[in-house]
Design a protein. Structure first.
Length: 285
């Protein structure tokens, strides 16, 4: 049986959506206030796994997870539909109501063909050179940001991070068609992406930014609730968090606007402890 969460009255999210103007000579950053009906909005939590092959990446996920969970709880309470998307470990959840909700959602035909592969079904959306050129950071080494000895790449994850709560009415999938079915069933036009890692999965997964934009959804990135795989020793040679900011701006320029969790929670935006850069107001964290 499908249980749908209904809120008592229609609520709206007021989001300060930031984008980057592509036209040179104009002021680069623009902010527009959008009001999204919570019942027509989903939040997709990308690849917040229990562990990662890179120790630094795993540590940052663990640090971000409680703040992300609080934000998701607030959004859910307001009527936003929550999709957990821990790629490649959905079988861990095969008997859960969240997985069944996704599997049982009726098929809905997509307006454009989903990115697919014969072997895996819905598939990765690679960097679209015509639309976005190349990413502003070099992640060709896979982006281990640890100092000294680099972490060995391995399948480190088994499930979603336990700090992210799942409740009845949430769904769980890593499949593009299932994601589209869930959204269509609920007439959801607005999709918020968060989780890790922005230069890879949050852009490229079958439920993530590139595919959702191509499907015509109103997409927004929650930019303080993400991270990148970026090694500061690689071009452009900036610190890890500046590297993340560069990718955020890339997304804002070529794919979708972004906002901070403050727009949902009313609390200060999330910031990693290791981010020692000055805050915009000049104070150190
Ligand atoms: Zn590492």
């Amino acid at each position: 049986m499908i249980t749908m969460t209904t809120s008592i009255s229609a609520e709206r999210l007021k989001l300060n959506l930031r984008s980057q103007n592509k036209e040179t000579g104009k002021s680069a950053t623009e902010t527009e206030v959008a009001k999204w009906d919570t019942e027509k909005t989903a939040i997709i939590i990308c690849d917040m796994w229990d562990d990662h092959w890179c120790k630094s990446a795993a540590r940052r996920v663990e640090e971000m997870a409680p703040a992300l969970n609080e934000t998701v709880k607030t959004a859910r309470r307001m009527g936003v539909f929550v999709i957990h998307a821990p790629s490649s470990v959905v079988d861990f959840y095969k008997d859960t109501p969240q997985r069944k909700l996704a599997r049982n959602s009726p098929f809905a035909k997509t307006p454009v063909k989903l990115s697919t592969s014969p072997r895996w079904g819905t598939a990765w959306c690679w960097t679209d050179g015509k639309r976005e050129g190349v990413l502003p950071i070099d992640d060709s080494d896979m982006g281990c940001s640890c100092k000294g000895k680099k972490c060995e790449i391995r399948e480190a994850w088994k499930r979603q991070n336990k700090l992210i709560e799942m409740v009845e009415g949430d769904a769980l999938t890593d499949n593009g068609q299932e994601t589209y079915n869930l959204l269509a069933e609920r007439k959801i036009d607005n999709v918020i992406l968060c989780g890790v890692h922005l230069n890879m999965c949050v852009l490229g997964r079958p439920f993530a930014i590139r595919q959702m934009v191509k499907l015509g959804k109103n997409v927004a990135l929650m930019r303080d609730m993400t991270d990148t795989m970026y090694n500061p020793e690689r071009p452009p040679g900036v610190d890890h968090f500046t590297g993340t900011d560069l990718v955020v701006k890339h997304v804002e320029k070529f794919w979708c606007p972004s906002f901070v969790s403050t727009d949902i929670t009313g609390k200060e935006a999330f910031r990693f402890n290791e981010d020692k850069r000055k805050k915009p107001n000049g104070r150190r964290p």
